[in-house]
Ligand binder design. Structure first.
Ligand SMILES: C[C@@]1(CC(=O)O)C2=NC(=C\c3[nH]c(c(CCC(=O)O)c3CC(=O)O)Cc3[nH]c(c(CC(=O)O)c3CCC(=O)O)/C=C3\N/C(=C\2)[C@@H](CCC(=O)O)[C@]3(C)CC(=O)O)/[C@H]1CCC(=O)O
Ligand SMILES: NC(=O)c1ccc[n+]([C@@H]2O[C@H](COP(=O)([O-])OP(=O)(O)OC[C@H]3O[C@@H](n4cnc5c(N)ncnc54)[C@H](O)[C@@H]3O)[C@@H](O)[C@H]2O)c1
Length: 215
């Protein structure tokens, strides 16, 4: 069995090519744009959403068929046309250039696959079935969406701030570890859900108390 390596990639300002303009190309394009990529879509037709993104300047849309040179200077390439020969050409061009390439309906022509993801601010939960069942990935993603709500986005904002505060103010590694462990309790996550405006104050007060008791 192929064992995939899960990796978080920074696509900020990376040029990425999407070939095709149907619903699948749209899904992949939206996720690339959300990751900060500079996306070029090449396709004679495009979904209304892709057209709107082009009008808003969120993507470049070249309204024509794919040409091999379209992939030049791209970090990553996705082939999402309904023409298998075009998809294969896109794959071969990308492979020659040593690029990351994904052909949406042919796992054998992918050197990476796209997982199903839940995004809550800095929290990303990704689900992959190693290509065995994208529908199962989607089902699990929907279940996770019910469990992990928007409170996790706020929680991570606070954790980022408070973790660096603890790293600066608590020299004892064991105490630091204890505090970090207690902060990720359900109690604080629940506070983020029910008391989003007051939770930061409560957390900071709690940290102060813990530090003065233990040092
Ligand atoms: C997760 C998600 C991300 C995304 O695309 O953004 C994704 N597919 C999604 C949905 C979805 N895709 C398909 C259906 C129809 C039902 C079905 O077939 O199950 C549905 C469900 C729907 O649309 O409702 C059809 C399909 N997809 C692939 C094949 C080829 C094959 O299996 O051989 C075929 C059959 C083509 C055919 O039969 O003609 C291949 C791939 N699809 C992958 C990802 C990669 C493996 C991910 C993993 O390991 O789980 C991989 C290998 C390559 C890739 O595309 O990266 C996204 C969920 C988004 C969400 O969360 O909502
Ligand atoms: N939509 C799904 O959920 C789904 C499910 C299973 C499989 N698939 C497969 O994924 C692929 C894409 O799906 P879709 O629903 O987005 O297809 P679609 O038919 O809606 O869109 C295909 C797009 O490819 C473009 N295209 C065709 N030839 C091109 C060329 N030479 N250069 C550039 N663009 C070209 C078309 O203009 C169109 O925009 C198809 O092969 C489909 O069989 C899709």
């Amino acid at each position: 069995m192929r064992q995939y390596y899960a990796m978080m990639v920074d696509l900020t300002s990376r040029r990425c090519l999407v070939v095709g303009g149907g619903p699948v190309a749209e899904r992949k394009t939206v996720s690339l744009v959300n990751a900060g990529a500079e996306v070029v879509v090449v396709s004679p037709t495009a979904t209304p959403r892709l057209k709107q993104m082009a009008l808003l300047g969120q993507i470049d849309w070249l309204s024509r068929s794919y040409r091999s040179e379209d992939g030049e200077h791209c970090f990553l390439v996705i082939a999402a046309t309904n023409d298998q020969r075009v998809n294969r050409t896109v794959y071969q061009d990308a492979k020659k250039r040593g690029q990351w390439v994904n052909v949406v309906d042919q796992p054998a022509l992918c050197n990476f696959t796209v997982p199903s993801t839940v995004q809550r601010g800095k929290l990303t939960i990704a689900v992959s079935t190693s290509g065995a069942s994208p529908s199962l990935s989607k089902k699990i993603r929907r279940e996770l969406e019910q469990t992990y709500g928007d409170e996790y986005a706020l929680f991570l904002e606070l954790m980022q701030e408070i973790r660096s505060l603890i790293q600066r103010q608590v020299p004892d590694a064991h105490l630091r570890y204890q505090l970090m462990k207690e902060l990720v309790s359900d109690r604080w996550i629940e506070q983020c859900r029910t008391n989003p405006h007051g939770v930061r104050e409560l957390m900071l007060r709690w940290i102060d108390q813990q530090i003065s008791v233990q040092t």
